[in-house]
Design a protein around this ligand. Structure first.
Ligand code: ADP
Ligand code: ADP
Ligand code: ZN
Length: 216
């Protein structure tokens, strides 16, 4: 099964992807994570993307689509893909159709996480992750059960993203409204869009997504 998790920054795409990876053996393909890895490794793509990401704007369609294509090539045909943070423009949605057919895959669901804007600012500015395993946490909504220790791997090192500031998140939301939300009709025409209330608790959102997956 191949699905897209669509939603503005902080909607819960990464959090819900982790659950699907853990319980359904799917693979998360996050262009944000791939780009951050490229920035860290100072590859040509990373060097080009860094400033754009720091401003909260979108990296070029060609770069992100090439990353997705390479990742699909590297993974087994029988592993389901969760597209997290991709596609973000209509050109990317069109490219993804091409890429998927090149890998003999089809798209089963586009799950839209709907969340109100003020909650997003709160979510993004309170977000942090384990520096070792990447598990996601939140200052107010999801603290590790032992203070300062990752639930998943026991690491005591955590990190925050440089673009998780209020100013950048407002730009990222604007980008979402202007360029990403308009791709919904592209998928609605095919009858594969399901809307999930992203304001519910993390567990309730998980249950709602599980229901969508079980419906096919
Ligand atoms: P995205 O990948 O869509 O940008 P994340 O999954 O990283 O969003 O979630 C953003 C922050 O909000 C994280 O700190 C996460 O722990 C928290 N979070 C995610 N889902 C919920 C939820 N349903 N309720 C409260 N907090 C949430
Ligand atoms: P979030 O989890 O907050 O939605 P991401 O980690 O997906 O954010 O993306 C972080 C940044 O990486 C974006 O603000 C953008 O600059 C860049 N980026 C990630 N995915 C894409 C994409 N599909 N197209 C263009 N830029 C992207
Ligand atoms: Zn960890």
């Amino acid at each position: 099964m191949n699905i897209i998790l669509l939603g503005p920054p902080g909607a819960g795409k990464g959090t819900q992807s982790s659950n699907l990876v853990e319980h359904h053996g799917m693979r998360q393909l996050s262009t944000g994570d791939m780009l951050r890895a490229a920035v860290k490794a100072q590859t040509p793509v990373g060097i080009q993307a860094k400033e754009v990401m720091d401003r909260g704007e979108l990296v070029s369609d060609e770069i992100v689509s090439a990353l997705i294509d390479a990742e699909l090539l590297a993974m087994g045909d029988d592993v389901g893909a969760i597209f997290d943070g991709y596609p973000r423009t209509e050109a990317q949605a069109v490219a993804l159709d091409d890429i998927l057919s090149g890998h003999n895959r089809k798209l089963h669901h586009v799950i839209e996480l709907s969340v109100n804007e003020e909650a997003l600012v709160d979510r993004v500015t309170g977000r942090f992750t384990c520096a070792n395993c990447g598990e996601g946490y939140h200052d107010r909504h999801k603290l590790p059960s032992t203070t300062g220790v990752c639930d998943k791997c026991g690491s005591t090192e955590f990190k925050r993203r440089p673009d998780d500031t209020e100013e950048t998140v407002r730009t990222r939301m604007q980008e979402y409204r202007a360029k990403t939300a308009p791709i919904l009709p592209y998928y609605e025409k095919r009858g594969i869009v399901q809307r999930v209330d992203g304001m519910a608790s993390i567990d309730d959102v998980t249950t709602a997504i599980e229901k969508v997956l079980a419906s096919s």
